[in-house]
Design a protein around this ligand. Structure first.
Ligand code: AQP
Length: 344
C-alpha cells in the first residue's frame, strides 16, 4: 500500500448552475491541491440523473461545469478533467460495491432523507444508491484524498467503510493476487477552510444549493455584477449591527454566513473581517461584500462564458480526460475482478 501514489479525486454534479458554495467549499481547494497532487476532477453526470434532468440541459450543464473548473484555474493538462459517464468503470465498480455495502449503512444517509423528502417511496433507486456510486468514483482510482464540502462528510465516511469492508471481505484473495494486505486505500476527506458550508442567502439554516427553487438563495458563478448585487442586497439579515467578534455571530446564522462568505473571498479570517466591520450596519457591509464578490467572480464568469461558447474545446478536454481516466480505471477494475473471482 505504501507504494500507491497519493491521488486526489473529487466531483461536482452537472445538475444546474455551479454556485458560490461549490466554489468556496470545493473548487478553490481543487485548484490548490493541483500544485502537490495528481488530481482527477470529474463532472459527475451519473449522479445528476438520480433526480430528473432535461437531456438538453444536462449536456449543456456538463459542459458548463467543465468550463467552470477550467475558468477557476484547474489545468486540464496537468490534471484529469472528465465527465463520469464517459468512464464506464465507475458504474461497473458501483455494482460490485453494492454487493459490499449494507442496506443499514445507506438507511442512515441524511442527504437521501432530505432529498427524497416525504415522498420517499417515489424516489429513484439511484438517489438511494448515490453514496455507493460516489464510493466507486473515488475507489476506482484508488484515490487517497477527497476534497469536499461539509455536506459530503457522511458520504465520505461511507466510502471509507466500503473500502475497509472490501479489504476485509476479500483479504485472502487480495493477498493471493499480489496486492498485500489491502487493495483500496481508505480515502481521507479534506474538509477545511473558512467556507466548508455556505448557506442559502434566503435562509441561514439551509445549505446553498443548485436545486433550491429560489435563484435568490444562491450566487451562481454565471451571474453578472447586477445579479450579484441584487441577490446580496436582498439577502436575509437581522436588524442588529454586525458584532465586533465571532462570539457575537452565535444565533445569527444569516450574519454568520455573510461574514463567512466575505472572509473566504477575501482570504481573511472572520475575526479579522469583524475587526473592520464590527458595529457597521448591514447595508454598508453588503455594499462591501458586493464589491468584493464582483471583483473576485467577474474574471471567472467571463472566462466561463468564453469557454462555454467553445464547445469543441470543452468536449476535447472531456474526451482527453476520459481517455486518461479510463486507463487508470480499467487497470483497477481488472484487479477488482480478479480479486472478486470474476472471469475476464
Ligand atoms: N453550500 C455549500 N457550501 C460548501 N460546499 C458545498 N458544496 C455543495 N454545496 C456547498 C460542495 O460542492 C461540491 C460539489 O457538490 P455537488 O454538485 O456534487 O452536489 P451537492 O453537494 O448536492 O451540491 P448542491 O449544489 O446542493 O447540488 P444539488 O442541489 O444538485 O444537490 C461538493 O464537494 C460539495 O460538498
Amino acid at each position: 500500500m505504501s507504494t500507491l501514489p497519493q491521488r486526489v479525486f473529487s466531483g461536482v454534479q452537472s445538475s444546474g448552475n455551479l454556485h458560490l458554495g461549490n466554489y468556496l467549499g470545493a473548487i478553490t481547494r481543487f485548484v490548490e491541491l493541483q500544485k502537490n497532487f495528481d488530481c482527477l476532477y470529474c463532472v459527475v453526470d451519473l449522479h445528476a440523473i438520480t433526480v430528473p434532468q432535461d437531456p438538453l440541459s444536462l449536456r449543456a450543464n456538463t459542459r458548463k461545469a467543465a468550463a467552470t473548473f477550467i475558468a477557476c484555474g484547474i489545468d486540464p493538462k496537468k490534471n484529469i478533467v472528465f465527465n463520469q459517464s464517459q468512464v464506464a468503470e465507475h458504474a461497473e465498480l458501483a455494482w460490485i460495491l453494492n454487493c459490499v455495502a449494507r442496506i443499514g449503512w445507506l438507511n442512515r444517509m441524511t442527504q437521501f432523507k432530505e432529498k427524497a423528502g416525504k415522498d420517499r417511496e417515489n424516489a429513484s433507486i439511484g438517489l438511494y444508491d448515490y453514496p455507493v456510486l460516489m464510493a466507486a468514483d473515488i475507489l476506482i482510482y484508488r484515490a487517497t484524498h477527497v476534497p469536499v464540502g461539509e455536506d459530503q462528510k457522511q458520504h465520505l465516511e461511507l466510502a471509507r467503510d466500503i473500502a475497509q469492508k472490501f479489504n476485509n471481505d476479500f483479504a485472502a484473495s487480495i493477498a493471493r493476487n499480489g496486492f498485500g494486505e489491502s487493495f483500496f486505500p481508505v480515502p481521507e476527506p479534506l474538509i477545511a477552510g473558512p467556507a466548508t458550508r455556505v448557506m442559502s442567502l434566503r435562509d441561514g439554516a439551509k445549505k446553498m444549493s443548485k436545486s433550491d427553487i429560489s435563484d435568490y438563495s444562491r450566487i451562481n458563478l454565471a451571474d453578472d455584477a447586477d445579479q450579484i448585487a441584487q441577490k446580496i442586497k436582498k439577502a436575509k439579515t437581522d436588524p442588529d449591527a454586525l458584532p465586533s467578534d465571532e462570539k457575537g455571530l452565535e444565533g445569527r446564522p444569516e450574519a454568520d454566513n455573510l461574514v463567512g462568505i466575505f472572509a473566504a473571498l477575501a482570504g481573511r479570517t472572520k475575526a479579522d473581517v469583524l475587526g473592520e466591520y464590527g458595529g457597521a450596519n448591514f447595508s454598508a457591509f453588503k455594499n462591501a461584500l458586493i464589491d468584493l464578490s464582483v471583483a473576485k467572480l467577474a474574471p471567472i464568469t467571463s472566462e466561463m462564458r468564453r469557454l462555454t461558447q467553445d464547445e469543441t474545446y470543452v468536449d476535447g478536454v472531456l474526451r482527453d480526460g476520459a481517455e486518461r481516466a479510463r486507463v487508470l480505471a480499467r487497470a483497477n477494475m481488472n484487479a477488482v475482478k480478479d480479486i472478486v473471482g470474476l472471469l475476464r
